[in-house]
Design a protein around this ligand. Structure first.
Ligand SMILES: Nc1nc2c(ncn2[C@@H]2O[C@H](COP(=O)(O)OP(=O)(O)OP(=O)(O)O)[C@@H](O)[C@H]2O)c(=O)[nH]1
Ligand SMILES: [Mg+2]
Length: 366
C-alpha cells in the first residue's frame, strides 16, 4: 500500500499560506506567489520528521534512507474577499474534496493595510461554508432518495429507507451544528458516508500565523482561539510563518543552532507535519538494515500481516512471525542486535496490532 496523503493549505488571502508552504518544503519547490496570477497550485512532497530513522541511519549508514511523506498543496481551494466579504467559489469546494485533510491558516498578524487580526471569525467563516456545502449535498441526496422511496412499500425496510434515515440524522446534525464526527454510524453507513464525501468530515488543523513578537507569549486572542479549537476537537498550532520560512532555508546545523539560541527544540513545521500525519490516523513502523532504513505508513489499528503486506505482498503471503520492539527500548538497549540479546525484541503473530513506535523485522517464507 502506498499511502499518499494530500493536505490542502487553505485560508483567506494574505494569511500566509504560501509562506507556510515555503517553510514546509524548505525552499525545494519553486512557488507561484499568488494564484491570482497563474491559477496553478503549489505542490510539494514533504518528509515526516522521524528521530527513529535518524538513529538507525547513524547505526547502519544505509545506502538508502526513506522517510514517510505527505503532499502539501497550496493554492487549491482559493478563497477571495470581495469588498470585505469572503467569497467561496464552487472551485473551492471542488478543490477541498480532492484533499484528505485541511490546514487552515488564519492571520494573527496585522495586515498590510493595518487590518486587525480576526482569527476566530476567520475560522468560523470557513467552518460555516463547509457546513453549508454539506447541507446542500444532503438536501440533494434526500431529494433523490425520496424519489426512490416511492417504489418501496410503506412499513417495510429496504436499503433506501435505511439511507433516508441516515441522511435525515445527518441533516439534523448539520442544522444543529453537531459535528458529523460525533455521530454514530454502522459500518455500512460509514461506507456510504465516505462515498458522499462530506466536507465537514475532513480533518482540519488550525494554524494561527502569529507575529514574531508573539512567539512564546501568546496574545489573549491566541489563547481564546486555542480554547475554542480544543472545545471542538480541532488541533491548533501557533507559528510565525515568516520566521519558519527563514529558519527552514538554513542548513540543518545552522537551523539547530539558531533554534537552540531561541530556546526552541524543533521547528514548528515539524510539529505541524507530524500533527497532520496523526490527524490522518496514520502510524509508521520502521525497518532498518544496511540496504535501507525506512518508515512505512499504515493506518492506525493495522495488523502485523498488513504491515508485512505494505512492504511486499510476498511478505504477507509467506508471513511467519514479526520481530517487534519499541524504538525507545531499542535505543536504550543500544541498537537492534543488543535489544535482541536482551530479550527486548519479541515475536508477534499476524494479528498483532502495530504501534507507532515499533521497529519490525518480518520473518517470512514463500
Ligand atoms: N508579519 C507577518 N507577515 C507575514 C507572515 N506570513 C506572511 N506574511 C505576509 O503576508 C503577506 C501574504 O503572505 P503569503 O504567504 O503570500 O499569503 P497567502 O495566504 O499565500 O496569500 P494569497 O496566496 O495571496 O492568498 C506577505 O506580504 C507576507 O510577507 C508572518 O508570519 N508575519
Ligand atoms: Mg499564496
Amino acid at each position: 500500500m502506498n499511502v499518499n496523503m494530500r493536505v490542502g493549505i487553505v485560508g483567506l488571502p494574505s494569511s500566509g499560506k504560501t509562506t507556510l508552504f515555503k517553510a514546509l518544503t524548505r525552499g525545494t519547490v519553486k512557488v507561484e506567489e499568488t494564484y491570482g496570477q497563474s491559477g496553478k497550485p503549489n505542490i510539494g512532497v514533504v518528509s515526516v520528521p522521524d528521530s527513529r530513522i535518524d538513529y538507525f541511519a547513524n547505526e547502519y549508514k544505509p545506502k538508502k534512507i526513506t522517510y514517510a511523506s505527505i503532499e502539501f498543496i497550496d493554492g487549491a481551494a482559493r478563497i477571495a474577499t470581495d469588498q470585505g466579504k469572503t467569497r467561496f467559489g464552487s472551485d473551492f469546494f471542488a478543490d477541498v474534496r480532492q484533499v484528505d485533510m485541511l490546514v487552515h491558516v488564519v492571520r494573527g498578524f496585522t495586515g498590510t493595510a493595518g487590518e486587525e487580526p480576526t482569527p476566530i471569525q476567520d475560522i468560523q467563516a470557513l467552518q460555516d461554508e463547509l457546513t453549508l456545502a454539506d447541507m446542500q449535498l444532503v438536501e440533494n441526496r434526500i431529494a433523490r432518495v425520496e424519489k426512490q422511496l416511492h417504489g418501496v412499500k410503506k412499513g417495510t425496510t429496504s436499503p433506501v429507507t435505511t439511507e433516508m434515515d441516515m441522511l435525515q440524522r445527518i441533516q439534523s446534525a448539520l442544522e444543529e451544528g453537531t459535528p458529523l464526527q460525533s455521530l454514530e454510524f454502522t459500518p455500512d453507513e460509514e461506507k456510504a458516508i465516505r462515498g458522499y464525501d462530506f466536507l465537514t468530515l475532513k480533518h482540519v488543523i488550525a494554524v494561527l500565523n502569529i507575529p514574531e513578537s508573539e512567539i512564546g507569549s501568546p496574545s489573549e486572542q491566541a489563547i481564546k482561539l486555542k480554547a475554542l479549537c480544543a472545545e471542538s476537537g480541532v488541533p491548533e498550532i501557533d507559528l510565525c510563518a515568516a520566521v519558519e520560512m527563514e529558519v527552514s532555508q538554513l542548513s540543518d546545523e545552522e537551523e539547530t543552532e539558531f533554534l537552540q539560541s531561541m530556546g526552541i527544540e524543533e521547528p514548528a513545521r515539524n510539529v505541524l507535519i507530524r500533527a497532520c500525519y496523526q490527524s490522518l490516523g496514520l502510524i509508521s513502523f520502521i525497518t532498518a538494515g544496511e540496504p535501507e532504513v525506512r518508515a512505512w505508513t499504515l493506518r492506525a489499528g493495522s495488523r502485523a500481516v498488513d504491515a508485512a503486506g505494505s512492504i511486499h505482498s510476498d511478505l504477507a503471503r509467506g508471513f511467519i512471525r514479526a520481530e517487534v520492539a519499541n524504538f525507545k527500548d531499542v535505543e536504550a538497549a543500544g541498537g537492534w542486535e543488543a535489544a535482541k540479546q536482551k530479550g527486548i525484541v519479541v515475536l508477534q503473530g499476524k494479528d498483532y496490532i502495530v504501534q507507532d513506535c515499533d521497529v519490525m523485522y518480518i520473518r517470512f517464507k514463500v
